[in-house]
Design a protein around this ligand. Structure first.
Ligand SMILES: [Zn+2]
Length: 204
């Protein structure tokens, strides 16, 4: 049994100062941490709020994915879409995998769950086969939108600092990858998926 929200808050505050700020953690000394510890401080931990605010796509809030059913598609089949953002970010390539119908991870039917497993593996493989890409990071957070979306972040080769979980922060710090380069790599991934699993790559 997990701690209640109030118990979790009280437990977390044991290592906080009077303002509710934690000390800097050992993560700030990691080689991959994007910020220098000097001058850095942790924001105060806010009190828990229950019930939580609804996500996009639940409790009557409109769903981005369902209201724009093909926006940003680079590949699709009968049940799934691979999507890029309209503008590139700092990582060489960021892709989202999402079901066409409105499911979250925990209510995905088993047949779609099996497809998702293959799609994650094949998409990651296609990303890692791109020239100058060392790794495909895969994550599902899901606190903003209720429509399942799996993130893939391509990590450029040769950058020890960009390894690991902080790539999601570096992605916001680095200058955007040129649009034509990003689109070229997105199309290469889409075509690789078309070859290995079927579906249709967008030629946009
Ligand atoms: Zn939806």
């Amino acid at each position: 049994m997990a701690l209640t929200a109030d118990e979790f808050y009280a437990n977390a505050l044991q290592s906080a100062d009077a303002d509710g700020r934690m000390q800097l953690s050992r993560m700030t000394a990691w080689d991959i941490f994007p910020f220098e510890p000097d001058g850095l401080r942790v924001v105060p931990l806010a009190k828990p709020e229950l019930p939580e605010s609804p996500r996009r796509g639940e409790h009557g809030n409109s769903c981005d994915a369902c209201s724009s059913p093909s926006r940003g598609d680079i590949w699709s089949d009968d049940h799934w879409r691979l999507v890029t953002f309209s503008q590139p970010s700092g990582a060489p390539l960021v892709i989202m995998l999402m079901p066409k119908r409105h499911f979250d991870l925990t209510d995905l039917p088993d047949d779609l769950a099996a497809q998702m497993g293959r799609l994650i593996v094949h998409t990651a493989r296609a990303i890692e086969e791109l020239e100058h890409i060392a790794r495909a990071h895969v994550s599902r957070w899901g606190d903003g939108g209720a429509h399942l979306h799996i993130f893939f972040f391509a990590r450029p080769e040769g950058f020890e600092q960009l390894k690991g979980t902080c790539l999601a922060i570096w992605d916001d710090l680095l200058a955007p990858t040129p649009l034509d380069v990003r689109n070229h790599d997105a199309l290469a991934v889409a075509r690789a998926l078309e070859q290995s699993l079927g579906g249709t790559a967008s030629t946009k």
